[in-house]
Each structure stands twice: as structure tokens, then as C-alpha cells.
Design a protein around this ligand. Structure first.
Ligand code: SF4
Length: 322
């Protein structure tokens, strides 16, 4: 029997259902009970949005942990592929060829992961019209835009710029092209280097944008990535490191492994994930763990703004599957 808890906010948004398993061996049951099958039609191209992990990092999601999702999609007649876009910062994940090599080294092969890895070239992208506060259009990789369905398969962990990295960050920053990632990070209007800066010409890393400013822009990119797509979300709350998987190292987990969530609502999935982390005793002794780690970052900004622009609800029912 599933048990249900709920988080009620002063909000008119509908309560989203978020399904939860503690046992990582039950991802197939989670997939079924969350009803994910309803977004997969025969011959659908299904993007499994994942972070393949920076070389040296060990906290990223491993193929054996997520393979069941690819297998379920195949059993439904869909055509899954694992995917990400290249990084803005220099490194092996900044170019398609070497990014694919890293994916392979981390086990993301057809044999080990149940589906192939695909990473688009920088110019293989779509300018998606979104008409939001920061961006009228966003630059999204065609791995997202050419698929019928997107399943965000997310390693939930801390992040120095957004407090935590969950489904919204995986979609928004992850599906942004390198120029898109630059646009999310830069704040040229308020930068004294703007007269002589060449970063826009060469697509060079810039980290000027403030945490809240960047968080809202990530949410707008997430909006563009999933616009008109069928979507579902799996958050793996395991190996919850302090910082993101883009570092070539990772901290010890801040809490013991919690489990996996699945939902059709990315906002509810992330809200439930952060609540579960905060409710769990760990080596960070706080009921607001990401704020305790990053005191200058309000992790709720991304959730509030995502709810405001219609990506989902912070109010949810958590349904645990035994
Ligand atoms: S350093 Fe960044 S924010 Fe400043 S002008 Fe260059 S791209 Fe814009």
C-alpha cells in the first residue's frame, strides 16, 4: 500500500502527484505506478536527459541505476537515447566528440545502459520562441527538440549557483547549447567589461550573473526545452553531493541515499526532493541544508519562478511505493 504525505502552500495551483521508492531496484515499479507509459507511443523518439559526469567525478548517475528506464521505453515501442549538450567551460565535455568519449568511459553504451548516447553539435539546435521576462527566444539542442518525448533522468544534488540541481536545472542548463549557457550566465547590462568583451564572439565562459538572475534564466530555458513535448521526470536522490557533477571531484554525500521520485511535474519533483533532503538527518545538521552550504543562494527562486511561468506546482502529494 502506498502512503501519502502532502505539502500545502498558499497557492491556487493544483497538487501534483510525486511517486517515491526507497529501493533502487524498484525503478520498474515506479515507472509503472507513476503512469509514465502514457507519454510513450510506438516509434516515439525519447530523449533521456542525463548528465554523463565530469571525468574524475564519481557521484553522477551510473548506467545500471537508470537502465531500467530505457528498457521500459523500449518495451513500450519507443526509441530512447541518452543525451546532454556540451559544456560552456573548457574540458572534454565541451565538444561533442570528446563528450561522447566521456559518456562511453562512464558506461553509457548500448550494451551497458540499454540505449546509445547522442550529443548534438553546437549548430544542431533550435531557437525556440518563449516570450518570457529574460528571453524572448532560447537556444536549445536539437536532441530535445527533435524528440517526441523527454524524460529528465536527474541526479539530485547541491549546486553553488542554484542551491540544488534538480530536474529544472537538468533541463534548462543541460539542454542549452554553449551559446545558450553563456546567455544564462552572463549579465552584460550590469558588467563594466561590456565595451571590450569578446566572450559572445568566441563563446567563452562567463560567470557574472547573480544566483537568482541565473536561476530564473535556467527556468526559462527549461520552459523552451520542453515546450510542446511530452515529458516525465525521475529524480535520483542518491549520492547527494554538495556541488554539481561538472566538477572533477565530489564531496561525501550530505545525507544517506533517500530513493527515487517520478512525476509529470518538474517543479513538484524538485520541491519534493529538496523537502526529503531537508527532512533527512545527515552530516549537514540543518533543516535547510542547501542554504546551510550556500548561505548566499536562495534555492527556492527556481521553484517560485517555475511555478509563476506555468511549469508546474510546488504543492504535491508524495506517494510512497513499498
Ligand atoms: S564578462 Fe560576461 S557579463 Fe561581462 S560583458 Fe563579458 S559576457 Fe557580458
Amino acid at each position: 500500500m502506498p502512503w501519502i504525505t502532502s505539502r500545502k502552500l498558499k497557492s491556487s495551483h493544483l497538487m501534483a502527484k510525486v511517486f517515491f521508492i526507497k529501493d533502487l531496484n524498484k525503478v520498474a515499479e515506479l515507472f509503472d505506478l507513476a503512469g509514465i507509459a502514457k507519454i510513450i507511443n510506438k516509434n516515439d523518439s525519447v530523449a533521456l536527459k542525463i548528465h554523463f559526469g565530469e571525468p574524475g567525478n564519481t557521484a553522477f548517475l551510473k548506467p545500471h541505476q537508470v537502465k531500467t528506464i530505457a528498457e521500459k521505453v523500449i518495451n513500450l515501442g519507443g526509441k530512447p537515447f541518452y543525451t546532454d549538450c556540451n559544456t560552456l567551460y573548457k574540458g572534454r565535455r565541451a565538444e561533442t566528440k570528446t563528450h561522447l568519449e566521456v559518456a562511453k568511459e562512464h558506461g553509457y553504451t548500448l550494451e551497458e545502459a540499454g540505449a546509445q548516447a547522442i550529443i548534438p553539435a553546437e549548430d544542431d539546435c533550435e531557437s525556440v520562441e518563449i516570450g518570457q521576462k529574460h528571453f524572448k527566444r532560447v537556444h536549445i539542442g536539437n536532441n530535445a527538440r527533435k524528440s517526441e518525448a523527454i524524460i529528465a533522468v536527474t541526479h539530485f544534488k547541491g549546486h553553488e549557483l542554484t542551491g540544488f540541481g534538480g530536474a529544472l536545472k537538468n533541463l534548462g542548463m543541460g539542454f542549452g547549447t554553449r551559446i545558450g549557457k553563456l546567455k544564462m550566465h552572463q549579465d552584460c547590462k550590469n558588467c563594466d567589461k561590456v565595451k571590450h568583451c569578446e566572450k559572445n564572439k568566441t563563446i567563452e565562459a562567463c560567470w557574472v550573473g547573480s544566483p537568482a538572475f541565473v536561476a530564473e534564466k535556467i527556468v526559462e530555458y527549461a520552459y523552451g526545452a520542453i515546450k510542446d513535448k511530452k515529458t516525465a521526470y525521475f529524480n535520483f536522490i542518491i549520492n547527494v553531493s554538495e556541488a554539481c557533477d561538472c566538477y572533477p571531484h565530489n564531496s561525501e554525500p550530505i545525507v544517506p541515499d533517500i530513493g527515487v521520485l517520478a512525476s509529470f511535474d518538474p517543479v513538484a519533483t524538485d520541491q519534493a526532493s529538496v523537502d526529503l533532503v531537508n527532512q533527512t538527518e545527515g552530516r549537514i545538521n540543518s533543516r535547510n541544508k542547501f542554504r546551510a552550504i550556500y548561505s548566499n543562494v536562495d534555492w527556492a527562486v527556481q521553484l517560485k519562478y517555475a511555478e509563476e511561468i506555468g511549469l508546474g506546482s510546488r504543492k504535491y502529494e508524495l506517494i510512497q511505493i513499498d
